[in-house]
Design a protein around this ligand. Structure first.
Ligand code: FEO
Length: 407
C-alpha cells in the first residue's frame, strides 16, 4: 500500500492487484492499481477505497495514522461507483468505525444496501455539495454508465481535483511513479497501452455515455484528475482527456496505423495465407499484430482489434460455419459494440463453404457495421492465384484504412 499526498488535505492510498481476472473475466498480465482518496477538512471523507482490502483493520488504522488522519473524523464514505473493486472495503471499514454516512447516487444506494446492508445513506444529485470545513468542498456530478448506471464524479473545489473513478483509468501496476509528471517515456507508453486495454475490455460498451462524461469533465475547471485505477494527472490532465477522446473514436472504427490479424486455422491451410499476408505487411512497412484464436486471451484480442485501423479476419469454414474460435472472438467484439471497423477476410474450405455466411450473420446481429473488402475463399491449400487475390485484398485494405487512422 502506497500513501501519497495529492494536495494539502488530500491523500491517495493505492495498491497493486495482481493474479486476478478483472471482473472475473479479463486476464490482466500487467496487474491493476486500486486507488482510494481521503479528503480532510474539519471532517474527512474517503472517496472509493482499497484500504480494507486485506480485511485487517490494523492496516487501515496504520495507513490513516501515517497520513495524519484521525479515524474518528471520517464521517463520510463517498461511493463514486458501486462495483466492488471500489466498494468492497465498506464491510471491513464498518469493523473499525460504525458511524458514517455513505454518499452516493440513487442507483448506487440500492446496491450499497443490497450488497453490504448499508442504510445510512445520503443520496446526491447533480451539483449537490458536501462541506468538510477548512475550505474543502466536494461537489457531485453523476456520469451514468461509466461504467455502471450508478457512477458519479466527485470534484473538490478548492484544489480543483476531479475524482473520476473508472473514467480516465488504466490497467497496469504502478511502481514508484504515480503522477504523470514523474512517468518516464516508457511508463507513459505503458499506461497508454494499458489504458487502451482497460477502455476496450471494460468501458467501450458504454462509449456513448463516456462521451457525455468527457463533456462533463471538460465543463469543470480541472487542475488534477485522480482516477480509481492508474496514474494521477496533476501536470497535464488534458493528456488523459485527449487519450479518452481518441479511445472513444477507436470504438467507432478509427484506429492506430496498425493491422490486427484475427485468425485461426485447423490444419494450416489458412495459416499459409496468413504467413503470406505477414510477408506483404512487412514489405509494405505496416505495423501488425497476429492474434491466433483460441490461443490468444480475449483481453489482448479485444484491445488489439479495438486500437487497429485495419482488421484482417483469416478463418476457414468449420462444419458449414466460421471457424468457432474466430466466430467467438467476433461475437465478443460485437458484444463490446466495437463498430465501424474496416476489414478483409479470407479462408480455406474443404468440401463446402459456410464461413462467409456466418461472418455476415455475426456482423449484422451485433449491429457492428464493419466495412469489408471482398472476401477471398479457397479450396484446400491456397494456390498461387489465391495468394494473389489475398494480396490484392490486403493492399486494398491498406489503401482504404488511411482514412481510419487516428494516432
Ligand atoms: Fe473500477 Fe467499474 O470498476
Amino acid at each position: 500500500m502506497k500513501k501519497l499526498k495529492i494536495a494539502d488535505g488530500i491523500h491517495m492510498l493505492t495498491m497493486n492487484v495482481e493474479d486476478i481476472l478483472f471482473e472475473g473475466i479479463w486476464e490482466i498480465a500487467n496487474g491493476v492499481t486500486l486507488n482510494s482518496y481521503i479528503v480532510q477538512g474539519e471532517k474527512a471523507a474517503i472517496i472509493d477505497g482499497v484500504i480494507g482490502w486485506d480485511g485487517i483493520p490494523e492496516t487501515l488504522y496504520r495507513s490513516l495514522a501515517e497520513i495524519g488522519v484521525d479515524l474518528q473524523k471520517i464521517d463520510y464514505l463517498v461511493v463514486n461507483h458501486m462495483e466492488p473493486d471500489h466498494s468492497g472495503w465498506i464491510a471491513n471499514f464498518r469493523k473499525i468505525k460504525d458511524d458514517f454516512t455513505v454518499i452516493c447516487t440513487e442507483k448506487a444506494a440500492k446496491m450499497v444496501a443490497s450488497f453490504y446492508g448499508e442504510d445510512k445513506i445520503r443520496i446526491v444529485q447533480e451539483g449537490d455539495t458536501l462541506d468538510l470545513g477548512k475550505g474543502k468542498l466536494l461537489s457531485f456530478h453523476p456520469v451514468p454508465n461509466v461504467h455502471w448506471p450508478d457512477t458519479m464524479y466527485t470534484y473538490e473545489r478548492q484544489t480543483k481535483t476531479l475524482f473520476s473513478c473508472d473514467m480516465f483509468g488504466a490497467f497496469g501496476r504502478m511502481g514508484e511513479h504515480c503522477f504523470d509528471d514523474e512517468l518516464t517515456p516508457e511508463e507513459i507508453a505503458f499506461f497508454e497501452a494499458e489504458g487502451i486495454r482497460y477502455y476496450s475490455n471494460v468501458m467501450t460498451t458504454f462509449t456513448s455515455s463516456l462521451r457525455k462524461a468527457l463533456a462533463k469533465a471538460k465543463a469543470l475547471d480541472i487542475k488534477t484528475i485522480a482516477p480509481g485505477h492508474g496514474p494521477v494527472y496533476r501536470k497535464n490532465p488534458q493528456k488523459i482527456i485527449d487519450d479518452y477522446t481518441r479511445f472513444s473514436q477507436y470504438a467507432d472504427g478509427a484506429g492506430k496505423n496498425e493491422v490486427a490479424i484475427l485468425w485461426g486455422s485447423m490444419y494450416g491451410m489458412t495459416a499459409k495465407a496468413v504467413d503470406y499476408v505477414e510477408s506483404i505487411l512487412q514489405r509494405e512497412g505496416v505495423k501488425y499484430n497476429r492474434l491466433e484464436m483460441p490461443l490468444e486471451s480475449d483481453s489482448e484480442m479485444i484491445a488489439t482489434v479495438f486500437k487497429s485501423a485495419g482488421i484482417i479476419v483469416a478463418a476457414p469454414t468449420y462444419e458449414y460455419k466460421l471457424f468457432p474460435p474466430v466466430a467467438a472472438a467476433l461475437n465478443e467484439l460485437g458484444r463490446k459494440r466495437i463498430s465501424g471497423k474496416l476489414a478483409f477476410r479470407f479462408g480455406s474450405y474443404g468440401w463446402s463453404g459456410g464461413a462467409e455466411k456466418e461472418l455476415k450473420e455475426i456482423i449484422a446481429r451485433n449491429n457492428m457495421n464493419w466495412e469489408f473488402i471482398d472476401s477471398v475463399e479457397f479450396e484446400g491449400a491456397p494456390k498461387q492465384e489465391d495468394l494473389m487475390k489475398v494480396e490484392a485484398g490486403v493492399l486494398a485494405l491498406l489503401e482504404r484504412m488511411k482514412e481510419k487512422v487516428v494516432e
